[in-house]
Write a protein that binds this ligand. Structure first.
Ligand code: NG6
Ligand code: CA
Length: 507
């Protein structure tokens, strides 16, 4: 028996030495994920109303993508695809999650962080989660017991979470399965149905609000802001929105500081610039655009915090930093915060049509910057088509682990694209926003149906049969539908979208 074990161990070592490490490199990996940050929002993508020195620094020291996409035009499906390498439309229940949703990524699923754990990484997520927690169905969760399954059951060693979103209850942080600062005598309860408790709400007590709601967001008031959902208890544990950037940046820095023995993966998932936009007082008035612009300044500061921490630990040269966003921009997303009124000449989606919730390019084409000193050229631009769904397989390739058969079904190894060696990227990519659209090279296909555009208040474009075809090389703003001129192309695009919809996309 002992001999058998020794042989197995030896074989394991041999694989470790000669199999997986051959081409593997194991830099630290920091993925900074902005919320609702549009293509045109950072300075290095043309922002006019706000300065973003840290984002711009990444562009100067790394690779700036111009055609990189999140998977969907809202948070939950984009994050699902980012972590699992599977398009979200393959799984039911991956739309915008309620704050009391059960864990959407089931324990045991192969994920970007679990692949990195296999490669010997320490993995952590700090910030917005919005992928559900706990078992059962929505509403079953007991916030006062150990909260699981959650990130630790799908590949993260450490988590410090905003459980859903800043505008959804419960308004508390969760660290390693427990609400931070929870007083057992004051348990947290939530409801996404009937009202609970007798606490003030945005609907009945508007005089208590420091920021008024415009649509939705009129239920329990926490910290002078009414939210989606009702919440009672946890008075001591409730967050203060103005401190959120400091709290999560501190936790992110601490995770980096404590990751000296092993390579690490940090998924730093920012709250900014999602609603409610209530940055810390030191950022108020720092942009020309009111709270939405000031939240961009705060977001840039958060990124700066982790960059500074890498420098302070002497880790910058050995770290791959990826900065990107979970969906396109939105102006009025449920609170009156002057986002429209103070926009000026700033173009949140850059030259693209639509934004958050939209199948037009503005919905998913997001800023993306990659810095890895010595490995990725400084100050370079890539116009390659890149999808965040590919991060799992690409990073697995980088660190030398295999993606098991059937796992991460839509994730392609696009490591060369990620590192700026391949300037073409994916042949085609699906976008999700309620319905699906397809990019293939510079062509864009949107099936007949309704597509949201504008950035709130909403307008809806109706796309008539047989759908829309745009040639982005001459018409990046999707203004001229050429479907009628290219019926064969339309058929090909529709057939390809149908094929990808039916079966996994990994070659
Ligand atoms: C919508 C909310 C919006 C935002 C979004 C999720 C209303 C009227 N709108 O339902 O404010 O919370 O969900 O945003 O309630 S995401 O970036 O997390 O996908
Ligand atoms: Ca979002």
């Amino acid at each position: 028996m002992r001999k058998f074990i020794a042989t197995v161990l030896l074989a394991g070592t041999a694989v470790g030495l000669f199999g997986t490490t051959e081409a593997a490199e194991k830099p630290n990996i920091v993925l900074v994920y902005a919320d609702d940050l549009g293509f045109g929002d950072p300075g290095c993508y043309g922002a006019t109303g706000v300065a973003t020195p840290n984002i711009d620094k990444l562009a100067k020291e790394g690779l700036r993508f111009t055609d990189a996409h999140c998977s969907a035009a809202t948070c939950t499906p984009s994050r699902f695809a980012l972590l699992t390498g599977s398009y979200a439309f393959r799984q039911e229940g991956t739309g915008i999650a309620r704050g009391d949703a059960a864990a959407i990524i089931k324990p045991g699923t192969v994920t970007l962080p679990s692949l990195l754990q296999n490669a010997g990484y320490r993995t952590g997520v700090v910030g917005k989660w919005h992928l559900g927690l706990g078992n059962g169905k929505a509403g079953d969760i007991d916030w006062n017991a150990e909260i699981k399954p959650g990130p630790n059951q799908i590949g993260f060693d450490y988590h410090f979470l905003i459980p859903a979103t800043g505008d959804r209850v419960p308004c508390v942080y969760v660290e390693q399965g427990h609400i931070v600062d929870l007083d057992p005598a004051d348990p947290v309860k939530t409801s996404y149905g009937a009202p609970i408790g007798d606490g003030p709400t945005g609907k009945d007590d508007p005089e208590l609000l420091k920021m008024k709601w415009s649509h939705g967001h009129n239920q329990t008031i926490v910290n002078g802001i009414s939210r989606i959902g009702f919440m009672t208890g946890g008075e001591k544990a409730r967050w203060i929105d103005e401190d959120m950037a400091d709290v999560i940046s501190h936790k992110a820095r601490k995770f980096i500081d404590e990751s000296k023995d092993k390579p690490f993966f940090l998924y730093f998932s920012l709250h900014d610039i999602h609603v409610p936009r209530v940055p810390h007082s030191r950022f108020v008035g720092r942009s020309a655009m009111g709270p939405r612009g000031d939240a961009i300044v705060q977001l840039d500061w958060c990124l700066g915090q982790v960059l500074e921490s890498l420098d302070a630990n002497g880790m910058a040269n050995n770290s791959l930093v990826i900065f990107t966003s979970d969906n396109g921009p939105v102006l009025d997303d449920g609170y009156y915060d002057d986002a429209n009124e103070k926009l000026g000449s700033h173009s949140p989606a850059g030259p693209y049509r639509g934004g958050k919730y939209s199948l037009f390019e503005g919905g998913t084409r997001v800023p993306m910057l990659v810095r890895w000193p010595g490995r990725v050229g400084a100050g370079k631009q890539s116009d390659a088509l890149f999808g965040q769904v590919d991060l799992a397989a690409s990073i697995a390739k980088l660190v030398g682990v295999d993606v098991p058969a059937g796992a991460a079904p839509d994730s392609r190894d696009e490591l060369d694209t990620l590192l700026g060696e391949d300037m073409i990227g994916r042949p085609h990519l699906v976008h999700e926003a309620g319905g699906l659209a397809l990019r293939a090279g510079h062509l864009k296909f949107i099936p007949a149906g309704k597509v949201r555009e504008n950035l709130g208040p909403w307008k809806t474009a109706s796309i008539v049969k047989p759908g829309a075809l745009f040639d982005l090389s001459s018409d990046p703003a999707e203004q001229r539908n050429v479907a009628a001129d290219f019926p064969e192309r339309m058929e090909e695009m529709a057939a390809l979208l149908g094929k990808v919809r039916q079966s996994p996309d990994r070659p």
